[in-house]
Design a protein around this ligand. Structure first.
Ligand SMILES: [Zn+2]
Length: 270
């Protein structure tokens, strides 16, 4: 079995080619992966099959989609300042279903990893985006209920450098290495997101792809009753198998690991 988790960011827009724009990349990658015989599966299906003995198709390469940071372009077709209207990631997936028929890829699904804290989102939006409220949470519930999407947990505040409160050194996620800090970043976030969506998130994505040995090797494996996550994704490139670390699954990242569909198929050795 070959299985890969791919990561896209809907705010990665610097032009209109696949290399410069994750929306163009997602649309062209979906078609290329489909044409190459891949099968799309949800993160829940993949994890259930790899770690928990659920049935999983093994005849074709399996592809799992994830979106990080939860900007509104994940689900909304909207203008991106300087670059015109961008088709939302969800609309790109819906276009794919319309084009190929709903039976072509019945497992097509993506997990959108959102940042919980409204204050953190406000500051990141203000300092790193355009200060126009492009990191809202009014779409989370509908997204969670959508057949093509689920909402995942990307931490309480991403420990983003744009934050003002100096809880610990800002930037990077390796500093989250105590029980108290893990509880804030994982559990407090899960509870907040769960209230908004009606479903507590089943998956966590490490901000910046970074993790401390404590959160990876102790907190997540030992506190399952508390965090109630099925698995955690990082950003080390690689394929997912039963030998992978369930609490730091590898992912290929658009823009870093490939910049056009041919390169993606090469990266995936398809
Ligand atoms: Zn992130």
């Amino acid at each position: 079995m070959k299985a890969a988790i791919l990561a896209y960011h809907s705010q990665n827009i610097a032009g209109n080619t696949s290399a410069e724009n994750d929306h163009v990349a997602l649309a062209t990658d979906l078609d290329a992966l489909h044409a190459a015989g891949c099968r799309f599966v949800s993160l829940a299906s993949l994890i259930g099959g790899v770690f928990d003995g659920a049935a999983l198709p093994v005849d074709r390469p399996l592809i799992c989609l994830t979106f990080d940071d939860g900007c509104d372009w994940d689900v909304h077709t909207r203008a991106f300042p300087g670059h015109g209207t961008q088709t939302g990631f969800l609309q790109i997936m819906e276009d794919f279903v319309r084009k190929h028929g709903k039976d072509a890829q019945p497992g097509l699904h993506a997990t959108s990893f959102v940042i919980a804290s409204p204050e953190a989102r406000r500051l990141i939006d203000q300092k790193s985006l355009f200060g126009k409220g492009h990191m809202s949470d009014d779409w989370w519930r509908e997204a969670q209920a959508h057949r093509l999407l689920a909402i995942g947990n990307h931490g309480w505040d991403h420990n983003h450098p744009d934050l003002e409160e100096e809880r610990y050194a800002r930037g990077g996620f390796e500093v989250v290495n105590s029980l108290e800090d893990c509880r804030q970043q994982v559990v407090q976030a899960a509870e907040y997101i769960g209230q908004k969506t009606g479903n507590r998130p089943e998956f966590f994505a490490y901000p910046f792809g970074e993790s401390s040995a404590f959160i990876r090797n102790e907190y997540f494996p030992e506190k399952r009753d508390e965090h109630r996550c099925q698995a955690v994704v990082g950003t080390e490139p690689g394929f997912v198998s039963g030998a992978s670390d369930r609490w730091n699954l590898p992912r290929f990242v658009c823009g870093r690991d490939w910049s056009e569909p041919v390169g993606l198929l090469k990266t995936l050795k398809i």
